[in-house]
Design a protein around this ligand. Structure first.
Ligand code: SF4
Length: 489
């Protein structure tokens, strides 16, 4: 049996610091409210969401055609397109390009794909000096942490934490947590890195099949500065970033920044069409399980995701448990769908080929991520805010079944679910259990109710037991109505 308790354990550590958990919650709610104000200023918002969802669905249904069209057009513009089936191949390709060019120092702008494939540790292991240039990413890189949010990588840190890190790593004044001072120090520190870089790696927000170009959105201009100085630019991207036409960008760019940070548009929306004069441009297209997902009708909509982070900003669980509690590159509601799927999909595919009862392979069983679909109140707020209409909470519910069907629940939950299934399936048994509970709860000692067997009771109390069942109350109500007809309600 695989271990599935990782998220609750990590979340417990985060919420233990009550003040920080509250501050994290409020900071993200502030972003969510900014998003709401922007959304309400666009009357056609729902129409845009519908179009965004349909265009992505269409693109995914014709992936081979559009990807070939993209490759043809990008090549005609002078770029070299590479195909990587998985993380390992992606990293090998990138290292090969850097080695061929004799590069030892690179800058990198924010890219969740390179986080997904763990590019930084791979390149560092092979002697390449990598500097993340997005401010939040640089902060977490200096702290040797991973991003805790896909748009706001250092949202778990207060400015005092940043001040301490900068003092230790880049020599700023001890105790000076003035944001203007810290930002200027980061600017000077990164400027040196930009000037010394021999190549630049960027992520991609949108690939455009029709033109062979791509778009990178940043608020700091770091992708532009990074790619303007060295002659070598490598763009790393998942294949789901593809849209058919340049005109489609008009939909996504309006949705992305509003959903992500509550801005009408990202400060820098840079369009790349081929290498800069005298330069070299490589585009690495990565599958890493995406084709398998595209073949799964129940879950393929997760490929619509434009990584805006809105589902994280609104999620009560994410806001209160922190991004690191998910132990995954992509946290929050979308991460709770993507990560278990990433672990389970190869097994599901083998089952469809070989029949049920396929044994899990090493690392495939969902392990730490098997608990993520259960880290959800099913409030549906993520689905409501998602700009590309991914039915996130429905998918989380469906994944619970997938995890349960494959025997990946911890034993306590499995037994509990079996018992609840029996109880809820039998009205007689339910009635007896209700009667017993109403009698026992008021007289049982507290330790008999709130103990290790009742994780639900940690930090919450049951309401007082009612004297009668709902059914009994309803019957009494009907009787009373029958005995006094005509009473005004
Ligand atoms: S699932 Fe939707 S809301 Fe969440 S990051 Fe992706 S696009 Fe944004």
């Amino acid at each position: 049996m695989t271990k599935t308790a990782e998220h609750p354990d990590r979340a417990r550590a985060f919420v233990a610091d009550d003040a920080r958990a509250h501050w994290h919650d409020e900071s993200l709610w502030f972003v969510r409210q900014k998003r709401d104000r922007q959304v309400h200023s666009v009357p056609e918002w729902e129409r845009l969401r519908e179009l965004a969802s349909q265009v992505k669905r269409h693109a995914i249904s014709r992936w081979p055609d559009y990807l070939e069209e993209f490759e043809k057009n990008a090549t005609a513009l002078g770029a070299k397109v590479h195909w990587a089936a998985d993380a390992e191949e992606h990293n090998r390709i990138v290292l090969g390009i850097l080695r061929d060019a004799g590069v030892k120092k690179i800058t990198k702008s924010k890219s969740m794909l390179t986080e997904e494939v763990h590019l930084n540790p791979y390149l560092i292991k092979h002697g390449i000096d990598v500097t993340d240039t997005d401010l939040g990413e640089r902060i977490v890189q200096l702290r040797e942490e991973t991003p805790s949010h896909i748009v706001l990588p250092a949202i778990h840190l207060k400015r005092e934490d940043v001040s301490e890190t900068f003092h230790d790593k880049i020599g700023t004044e001890s105790g000076n947590a003035d944001p203007a001072y810290l930002t200027e120090a980061a600017r000077q520190h990164l400027r040196e890195k930009f000037l010394g870089a021999e190549a630049s790696i960027t992520g991609v927000n949108f690939l455009v099949a029709e033109t062979g170009g791509f778009v990178v959105c940043t608020n700091e201009g770091n992708a532009d500065l990074g790619t303007s100085l060295p002659r070598l630019h490598i763009a790393c991207t998942g294949i789901e970033k593809l849209v058919p036409r340049a005109a489609d960008l008009a939909i996504y760019l309006r949705l992305l920044a509003r959903s992500a940070t509550g801005q009408p548009i990202t400060t820098y929306t840079s369009h790349f069409h081929g290498p800069r004069p005298g330069g070299e441009l490589h585009i690495v297209l990565v599958d890493n399980g995406r084709s398998d997902l595209a073949n799964d009708p129940q879950f393929r909509d997760v490929l619509n995701c434009i990584r805006c982070g809105a589902c994280m900003n609104t999620c009560p669980v994410y806001r209160r448990s922190g991004g690191h509690s998910y132990a995954a590159t992509v946290p929050g509601p979308i991460g709770s769908v993507l990560n278990p799927l990433h672990a389970l999909t190869p097994r599901i595919v083998r089952e469809s080929e070989q029949g049920e009862g396929v044994e899990p392979r090493e690392g495939e069983a969902g392990d730490a991520h098997g608990s993520l679909p259960f880290a959800c109140s099913l409030c549906g707020s993520c689905t409501d805010v998602c700009p590309v209409k991914i039915p996130l909470h429905h998918q989380l519910l469906a994944l619970r079944k997938t995890v349960g069907d494959r025997g990946l629940l911890p034993w306590g939950k499995r037994i509990g679910m079996k018992a609840a299934g029996k109880l809820l399936n039998s009205p007689k048994l339910f009635g007896v259990a209700g009667r017993l509970a109403r009698k026992a709860l008021p007289v049982l000692p507290r330790a008999a109710i709130y103990n290790r067997l009742n994780p639900w009771g940690v930090g919450r109390d049951l309401p007082p037991a009612p004297p009668k069942s709902f059914k009994q109350m309803w019957r009494d109500e009907l009787k009373q109505e029958a005995s006094s007809p005509g009473d005004p309600k």
